[in-house]
Design a protein. Sequence first.
Length: 293
Amino acid sequence: MSRTNFDQLLQAGCHFGHLRRKWNPAMAPYIFMERNGIHIIDLNKTVVKIDEAAEALKQIAKSGKKILFVATKKQAKDIVAEKATSVNMPYVIERWPGGMLTNFPTIRKAVKKMANIDKLMSDGTYSNLSKRELLQITRQRAKLEKNLGSIADLTRLPSALFVVDVLKENIAVREANRLGIPVFAMVDTNSDPRNIDFIIPANDDAKDSVEVVLGALCDAINEGLEERKAEKADEKAAAEQAEEAAEAKPKRTRRARKEAEPAAPVVEKVAEAVAPAEEKAEEAKEEEAPAAE
């Protein structure tokens, strides 16, 4: 079953492309027609591409990896922040910090700096500072929070990048390509889809269009997270059962030993009965030996 349908995408205005003179020829396979100088996107292909991207994102989320959402354009900012937060994924909606992926350790240092400021403020280290110094530190903290607060939990490079508007976020796309990180993107008729691993041909300017596409993808991510949670619960239950079985096993062996203990005297009696017979046989051999001489 498809995660979206033609009518839903049509109603959200996903089919509106850019003016014909602004088009990128590489988008030709995804363009249905031209009307009044504007390209119309083939929504049947969009439905298929959304399903492909959703399935791939679901598997990434199921494996416990992070997907970084990127949208710095005004129309998409709030939607991306809301949807990414709902599935507990990192996002960038302010200016893309150059080298965020290719120079990730430096970005992590800035995030740690933010955590250190919080720590020093809470333990009273900054209480002796002047008002001016305190104000400077507070401003620095606010700036870091604005730019990097949404990626504070991103301790390692993301396993995938989701981008709204490839043209605007070209630096992010280039960094991901360089590191071999798969890129999922909403691609409009004026953008180049050749560097995108999972293309979703759709209008990237309309709020409704962004919301419909992101809604379908985040539902898939949520399914992946739920399946991961269920699998972990099953593994935990199996491990507990194995522990119980391991604890019960020594008890059984102890019981078996106890049952075997009464048999010991019987063995001793048999040994006592056999011993005289063996001694007699040895004596007979010794007597035969001199006779032979």
